[in-house]
Design a protein around this ligand. Structure first.
Ligand SMILES: [Zn+2]
Length: 176
């Protein structure tokens, strides 16, 4: 009995924390928690309202706009830089990484190559790789589905590994 109890504990531990934490999704390594965005935050008005409670009144509008940009599917994918600058100090580590990554593409120097559709795809992916569900925001990439030179603005959120594998597939086909 003692033995089976131990096995059960170990299984529960692996299942609930290391591999599929319900809030964070797939985690291969517990240390990436701070680089992962919990699924429960998306389209969750009461969660956003709670976040806004501790915000200074003069910063409220900018923080609200930034949180909606990050988490609400029907929000505008246009986040002016001055709003983001105000909101930045209220964001957690993963949010800062995602917001900087996206704002460059929706409102910054990469707008021409990406634009709002790239932001929508990233948000709809819940900041996870579409292929392997990796949730580490440090390695996310917005892949141009039809290639970078195409006029089609269609994107797919992938992690660095899956993106590299996709990019190299044509090399391997040529080598066969
Ligand atoms: Zn992946």
């Amino acid at each position: 009995m003692r033995h089976s109890g131990k096995v059960k504990y170990r299984r529960q531990y692996l299942w609930s924390i290391v591999f599929t934490d319900p809030d964070f999704g797939v985690l291969h390594d517990i240390s990436i928690h701070q680089y992962t965005i919990p699924i429960v935050r998306f389209n969750n008005k009461s969660w956003i309202n709670n976040r806004l409670k501790s915000v200074n009144p003069q910063d409220y509008h900018a923080v609200q706009k930034t949180l909606r940009y990050l988490y609400e599917d029907n929000a505008s994918m246009n986040l002016p830089r001055n709003h983001f600058k105000i909101a930045e100090k209220y964001l957690d580590t993963a949010e800062k990484i995602v917001a900087r990554w996206l704002i460059t593409r929706t409102n910054g120097s990469e707008r021409k190559n990406y634009g709002p559709f790239a932001g929508i795809e990233a948000k709809e992916s819940r900041y996870r790789c579409r292929n392997c569900s990796s949730s580490d925001v440090r390695v996310l990439y917005l892949d141009h589905v039809a290639g970078r030179k195409s006029d089609k603005k269609e994107f797919r959120c992938l992690c660095a590994n899956c993106h590299m594998i996709k990019s190299r597939e044509s090399d391997w086909q040529r080598a066969e």
